[in-house]
Design a protein around this ligand. Structure first.
Ligand SMILES: NC(=O)c1ccc[n+]([C@@H]2O[C@H](COP(=O)([O-])OP(=O)(O)OC[C@H]3O[C@@H](n4cnc5c(N)ncnc54)[C@H](O)[C@@H]3O)[C@@H](O)[C@H]2O)c1
Length: 244
């Protein structure tokens, strides 16, 4: 198994892509610290996997708060003695709001979770990995980190920032055994848009106008059950792809 005897920490573990990441890492032998801000949903993911014999520890934390980040990394080292893989995956959307209409609070919230969060985690994980002789960091960026036409301004800026963070860490620490990469998914039907507020009407319309298939589709509910999340991702990804 690829991750046998390895320890991984995944943020945003209670839902969507993060939940699928935890399941895959556990299935491939890793011991995982699963982190999320939503306690009840995280508890469900952790107890389900533990019931199947997986090595998983839950940690409720807000990744944009440094004391929480210190505690979540401490959970990995105190529970499992090391940290081999850090997956900075937790993120939130921005209601598709274009720059001139972005309230400062929305800007700070999105940048705080999507960019400051991964930075804080990397800042604390790197010394642990250097002391061990290496490690891997995988940041969930987005297609919005590569283009301007897939989301509002805060989300787009935050994901461009995540790519910069990834490149900088790879540059500065690659020779010392730390590999840092980003993944840039297209649209995946997860909970990310749910409950965050009413989208900016004009911003949403402009983004949707460049979606080639001109529709948003969701997989049947059973595909969004935990174990199928990965395949749901594959089935839905291309439908949201944009060109700008
Ligand atoms: N779904 C998509 O279309 C898509 C596309 C590209 C990139 N992404 C990125 O993938 C990542 C995962 O998103 P998802 O689609 O699975 O969304 P999701 O909403 O299903 O899952 C995100 C998880 O992050 C958690 N979270 C949010 N804020 C947090 C915080 N401050 N501290 C700790 N946990 C927090 C949420 O509680 C949730 O469980 C995000 O970084 C997102 O930007 C998603």
């Amino acid at each position: 198994m690829r991750f046998e005897n390895q320890v991984a920490l995944v943020t945003g573990a209670a839902s969507g892509i993060g939940r699928a990441l935890v399941q895959q890492l556990v299935a491939e032998g890793a011991a995982v610290v699963a982190v999320d801000i939503v306690e009840e949903a995280l508890h469900q993911v952790v107890t389900d996997l533990q019931a199947q014999g997986g090595k998983v520890t839950g940690c409720v934390a807000n990744i944009s708060a440094d004391p929480d980040v210190e505690r979540m990394l401490g959970t990995a080292t105190s529970t499992y003695g090391r940290l081999d893989v850090l997956c900075n995956n937790a993120g939130i959307m921005d209601l598709m709001t274009p720059a001139a209409d972005v309230p400062l609070a929305l800007w700070e919230r999105v940048l705080g979770v999507n960019l400051t969060g991964p930075f804080l985690a990397c800042r604390r994980a790197i010394p642990i990995m250097l002391e061990q002789g290496g490690g891997r960091i995988v940041n969930t960026a987005s297609e919005a980190g590569l283009r301007g036409g897939t989301a509002g301004t805060p989300y787009t800026v935050s994901k461009h920032g995540v790519i910069g963070l990834t490149r900088s860490i790879a540059f500065h620490y690659g020779e010392r055994g730390i590999r840092c990469n980003a993944v840039c998914p297209g649209g995946v039907a997860t909970a990310i848009g749910a409950g965050s507020g009413i989208p900016h009407e004009a911003g949403l319309a402009k983004v949707m106008a460049v979606v080639p298939l001109q529709e948003v589709s969701y997989p049947p509910p059973e595909l969004l059950q935990p174990r199928q999340a990965h395949s749901a991702h594959r089935k839905c990804g291309s439908r949201y792809a944009t060109q700008s």
